[in-house]
Ligand binder design. Sequence first.
Ligand code: COA
Length: 189
Amino acid sequence: MPILTEPTVHPGRLSGQSPPVLVGDGLTVRPWTRADAPTVFAAYQDGAIQRWHARTMADVAEAEAWIDSRHEGWALETAGDWAVESDGVVVGRIALHHLDLHDGGGEVGYWVLPAARGRRVAPRAVGLLAAWAFGDLGLHRLRLMHSTRNEASCKVALAAGFAHEGTLRESGKHVDGWHDTHVHGLVAG
Ligand SMILES: CC(C)(COP(=O)(O)OP(=O)(O)OC[C@H]1O[C@@H](n2cnc3c(N)ncnc32)[C@H](O)[C@@H]1OP(=O)(O)O)[C@@H](O)C(=O)NCCC(=O)NCCS
């Protein structure tokens, strides 16, 4: 069935290039490589990352497969995923999920390694990603969602300029049951 709207971002825009490296605000955001697998594996052993992402990893081989799947998401133009470095050391992750180039939207996700928390790594990385997504890429809107019980993530969203737009009741399935979810949004310009 023909779509009556023009694509916000034309197909092929992502798959035709490598994921960008973004530098600014004391951070470098760069694509994952297989050499990061031990760091990724360690991240998913952390209790807070397990709790809020409802995932774990069995071994470094699973982390390597996870990294490979990040590049598949980019090739399919459905997702992007980057390591966040500070002073040359990986301190976290920033991601764009549920990318819809036609409608110009995507959802931001992140985690920060325990030793680097409390230094505004996440809001700074979200800021770099949003500047690229609205600037170079040309998206129109970014969404950021978190359990209402994850107060640190709510602070990240607000610090990065994402307005609180509402609450989805019992929409997030966690190990301890259903959580309400806050929806935050940031619109280009
Ligand atoms: C949520 C998270 C990404 C925040 O990243 P960050 O770079 O530490 O963000 P900030 O430095 O801006 O801190 C945000 C809030 O985290 C809390 N915080 C600060 N230091 C912390 C620490 N050492 N450990 C845990 N939380 C801390 C504070 O409430 C802080 O807000 P405040 O500065 O107004 O008090 C990080 O805590 C994390 O990875 N948590 C586990 C995974 C997760 O929640 N992912 C998001 C799912 S939606």
